[in-house]
Design a protein around this ligand. Structure first.
Ligand code: KDG
Ligand code: MG
Length: 403
């Protein structure tokens, strides 16, 4: 039996905070998993160090499903972002170990490649529509086949998803949360203009996406979906919060614009009705926030029955370890749709050397045994943790609103 000898948490901040779980077996194989929960990093680090790592020592490193059930059922307190991110850290590290032991890239253990590469979308942003279109043209010149468009809203400053000309974006800022202002009335007319300008400048041979970041009511979402229909978006993401999964039925009744949801979901139960009632087209849950490869495969299998495709969250606050693991999942899962790809900074890439590569609008996880991502611990130690928070959003009258 391949036993777990040690399990420890590494927190590093090469530009932003990342939590990594490293597991070593008695015969010296190591595996790593991402356990980063943006703005709540130390809660997961503590959950792992205090409650999970001690229970892993001496366990069978190959019994991934049993360990998953042990951590999920055994805790009694099920689901939730902290628990499921911690489980994901363990699960990803164990899949890494299993694939290294087999001498195979992880996707081979997941059934082998079901496609040549992983279609990704990049983020084109601008304070104005023109700036966003310029950014989109740069992505096109780099070969991107799918581009997410976000632009500023006249009269609102500093809204999420818009960061001007910076290539790398951190949604969390040092200290307590920054406060932004939101107005749906000001926002709604802007997005159709952005899409019209994008089709005019980029043509129709490119997929265009947009994220509404949970800020609309269902009927406002329905209106936006209708207004965007002529521009055939690939998807509109997070139109409205999904705690009440039923609210997507109202949007569905009004528009054929495709809907994507899931970056804040942690469990298959969070998406059950969205999927089985065919209320969405893409499920965006990630390896790191949804219990690892083991649980995400279960979500994808359910989604496949209902013609819902995957579209894993891949913002820069998910570490390269999550990206590497996600790419093996993406390459092998039958109902893959698209993968978000927000590039990491050079410092982050140096701390997490990885085998995945971008070419011509696609990523490939590489052929290295395991998930292909390592951590340079000496370099990681040079970037100590810095407390940082996600922003909050208020309506113009001061009411706290969805972020
Ligand atoms: O931590 C929160 C970010 O990952 C999130 O706001 C990014 O919405 C996002 C996206 O679609 O990548
Ligand atoms: Mg999003």
């Amino acid at each position: 039996m391949l036993k777990i000898k040690s399990a420890r948490v590494i927190v590093t901040s090469p530009g932003r905070n990342f939590v990594t779980l490293k597991i070593e077996t008695t015969d010296g194989i190591t595996g790593i998993g991402d356990a980063t929960l943006n703005g709540r990093e130390l809660a997961v680090a503590s959950y792992l160090t205090e409650h999970v790592c001690p229970t892993l020592i001496g366990r069978d490193a190959q019994a991934i499903e049993d360990t998953w059930q042990y951590l999920y059922r055994g805790a009694y307190w099920r689901r939730g972002p902290v628990t499921m991110t911690a489980i994901a850290g363990v699960d990803t590290a164990l899949w890494d170990i299993k694939a290294k032991q087999a001498g195979l890239p992880l996707y081979q253990l997941l059934g082998g490649a079901a496609r040549d590469g992983v279609l990704v979308y990049g983020h084109a942003n601008g304070e104005t529509i023109d700036e966003a279109i310029e950014a989109a043209k740069r992505f096109r010149s780099e070969g991107y086949l799918a581009i997410r468009l976000q632009c500023g809203v006249p009269g609102l400053k500093g809204i999420y998803g818009v960061w001007g000309k910076q290539r790398h974006y951190g949604s969390a800022k040092a200290g307590v949360p920054v406060e932004n202002t939101w107005s749906t009335t000001k926002y709604l007319p802007v997005v159709p203009k952005l899409f019209a300008a994008a089709r005019e400048a980029l043509g129709w041979d490119v997929h265009l996406l947009h994220d509404a970041h949970h800020r609309l009511t269902p009927i406002e979402a329905a209106r936006l979906g209708k207004d965007l229909e002529p521009f055939r978006p690939f998807w509109i993401e997070d139109m409205t919060p999904s705690e009440n999964q039923e609210s997507f039925r109202l949007i569905r009744h009004h528009t054929t614009t495709k809907l994507a949801v899931g970056e804040v979901l942690n469990s298959i139960w969070d998406a059950q009705h969205l999927i089985t009632e065919q209320l969405i087209d893409y499920i965006r849950m990630s390896v790191v926030h949804a219990g690892g490869i083991t649980h995400l495969r279960r979500v994808a299998a359910l989604a496949d029955l209902y013609q819902v495709r995957t579209g894993c969250h891949g913002a820069a606050d998910l570490s390269p370890v999550c990206m590497g693991a996600a790419l093996h999942f993406d390459l092998s899962v039958p109902n893959f749709g698209i993968q978000e790809y927000m590039r990491h900074t050079e410092e982050t890439d140096a701390v997490f050397p990885h085998a995945y590569k971008y070419a011509d609008g696609m990523l490939h996880p590489g052929e290295v045994p395991g998930h292909g991502v390592e951590i340079d611990e000496a370099l990681a130690a040079k970037f100590p943790y810095r407390q940082a928070s996600l922003p909050v959003n208020r309506l113009e009258d001061g009411t706290l609103y969805n972020w």
